[in-house]
Design a protein around this ligand. Structure first.
Ligand SMILES: *Cc1c(COP(=O)(O)O)cnc(C)c1O
Length: 410
């Protein structure tokens, strides 16, 4: 690619506009790095914690210490972090089944939970919540905010668990701030102190100096293919929160008689520790990339989300393109600028679980890892691309240049 003077000017102008946003992010990253480092120090992390274990994994100090790190960093009573959790969806599913029993109601208060939870809640004869006679209710967001009045009206005696999704998923809305989540939790707990509040924190970790677990969430869940894996963890998920519920999650992850007493990992834990240590910095880089991309497209007259200077509560950048062709070129540019599979050209395709055709760019080291630069979009109007990740700011900056060259021929 030839980086023309015009492209350099566009990037420089945008960078000048977002200087203060970057300063704020540097400060958040510093405070989070301190929090993570202190957890490593307090847990006396050493070489032996990274070792592989085999068989049942009794007394696996690598596993147990990793759990303690998450517990300390997220300020919770207990934590499960494990490569045996296959994904964020798996972690969320474990947590839902840990809390809910037949005839209980799950109440989602930020609209529909992430797409992959649809069948977990409502599927037929696949062991869904519905198959176990667990009810589901939903309160949609009102102008992008939690409709707390409606939530309080909807809670009844059967409401066992309230589900909050912090990130935007595939929706044209902003992610929720930790403060807003905290306000909703306080309002609910004031009246219903026993209801269990669970937050899907995917894409949210280390974007703020506080996490939902600091503002009253009973359970908080995320994927190691995203922020807390730091781009190094090869898989896994975490569940942190009140000991009572995390214990229940352990019984679901293994067996009710066993919980977290077993679980070995023959590949060793090094990437999980090192990735966690890197996570505050990597996440800040991803967000800086998102802010640059957003500013550049905003300057070119495109609608993007979050709006300039409004802060980021997840790492996703939504960009509304004017035509299907622009959208497809954008996704193809992201693939082209990837370190892996840069020669592959993505096209829209029917994917299991999606209504519309989808186009995806994911030239990542870890398959599908969305803390690495990746983008995807359902092919439907309005033509919105969802971009996320980037292990280094420089990579996302280069990606922005590629997009300018490919879409606008600058
Ligand atoms: C990615 C994601 C999930 C699911 O995580 P996977 O690891 O992809 O299964 C759930 N919720 C949100 C908001 C996500 O972004």
């Amino acid at each position: 690619m030839i980086i023309t003077d015009k492209i350099v000017t566009i990037i420089n102008d945008a960078e000048a506009q977002i200087k203060d946003d970057f300063k704020r992010l540097d400060n958040i990253a510093l405070l989070n790095q301190k929090k993570v480092l202190e957890a490593f120090q307090n847990n006396n992390v050493s070489l032996r914690h990274f070792s592989q274990t085999t068989g049942y994994g009794y007394d696996d100090i690598g596993r147990d210490t990793l759990c303690n790190l998450y517990k300390d960093i997220f300020h919770t009573e207990s934590a499960i972090v494990s490569p045996l959790i296959a994904s964020g969806t798996h972690a969320l599913t474990i947590a839902l089944f840990a809390v809910l029993r037949p005839n209980d109601t799950m109440l989602a208060i930020t609209g529909a939970p992430y797409d992959t939870l649809g069948a977990v809640i409502n599927g037929d004869n696949i062991g869904s919540l519905k198959d176990y006679s667990i009810n589901y209710k939903q309160v949609d967001l009102l102008n992008g905010k939690i409709d707390i009045k409606k939530v309080l009206e909807t809670i009844d005696k059967s409401t066992k668990l309230i589900f909050i999704g912090r990130s935007r998923g595939y929706e044209w809305r902003d992610a929720l701030s930790v403060e807003e989540i905290g306000n909703a939790i306080s309002a609910i707990k004031k009246i219903h102190k026993d209801v269990v509040i669970m937050v899907d924190n995917c894409y949210g970790e280390f974007l703020d100096t506080q996490e939902p677990s600091d503002v009253g969430a009973d359970l908080m869940i995320g994927s190691l293919n995203k922020n807390p894996g730091g781009g190094l963890a090869a898989n896994g998920g975490y569940i942190v929160g009140k000991k009572k519920w995390v214990d229940q999650a352990g019984y679901r992850l293994t067996a009710p008689s066993i919980g977290m007493e077993i679980g070995s990992y023959a590949s060793g834990y090094l990437p999980y520790y090192q990735g966690l240590f890197m996570a505050p910095h990597v996440t800040a880089n991803a967000v800086k990339g998102s802010i640059l991309m957003g500013q550049v497209f905003e300057n070119l007259g495109y609608e993007t989300m979050p709006k300039a200077h409004s802060g980021c509560n997840d790492i996703i950048r939504s960009i509304k393109f004017k035509t299907k062709e622009e959208l497809i070129t954008f996704i193809q540019s992201i693939q082209k600028v990837s370190p892996v599979d840069s020669n592959v050209v993505p096209y829209p395709w029917a994917m299991p679980g999606y209504e519309d055709e989808v186009i995806m760019a994911a030239g990542t080291f870890i398959q599908g890892a969305s803390i690495e630069l990746s983008a995807d979009s359902p092919i439907k109007e309005p033509y919105i691309a969802y971009l996320q990740g980037g292990l280094t700011y420089e990579h996302v900056k280069l990606a922005t240049m590629y997009c300018l060259a490919d879409i606008f021929k600058f």
